[in-house]
Design a protein around this ligand. Sequence first.
Ligand code: ATP
Ligand code: MG
Length: 150
Amino acid sequence: MTSPVLSSLPQSSPCALELHDVTRVHGKDARRVTALSHANLTLRPGEFVAIMGPSGSGKSTLLNLAGGLDVPTQGHVLVEGRDLATLSVAERAAIRRKSIGYVFQDFNLLPSLSAAENVSFPLELDGWNPRKAREAAMQSLNEVGGSRYG
Ligand SMILES: Nc1ncnc2c1ncn2[C@@H]1O[C@H](COP(=O)(O)OP(=O)(O)OP(=O)(O)O)[C@@H](O)[C@H]1O
Ligand SMILES: [Mg+2]
């Protein structure tokens, strides 16, 4: 069944995320591990999915590839219609900052920065005025509760 959100989107809008025949192999020879094999996935804007599977089935591998943190051994990953393999390192970093939200299991925050600074820092990397970036960070943090983020 198509959700109301999806059916209201123009048909021409690009998929948010596409995995086409994506395989990721780690290691060589006797240490070779196929972490993900010929995976296909298409997500449209507004779609909500959960990736489920037993430990070692390749969930983190898939998310790392979808987030542009890793590159496939074979196949293609497209974010908003752009094949990550065709982008420069700087362009992939820009897509990670602007188009992909990723909560790591171990958070990966910068420990020397406050919570608000961790949120505003990526905006500043995109050229935002530091004061405006801090205001936007505080607004976002307030939306998820609490009021003391330093
Ligand atoms: N960097 C790596 N080098 C070698 N093998 C790896 C590497 N990363 C993952 N693997 C292997 O690939 C397979 C898939 O691992 P992955 O971490 O994606 O699974 P997972 O579904 O996220 O597991 P979990 O539920 O335990 O987090 C496992 O066999 C794992 O040992
Ligand atoms: Mg995992």
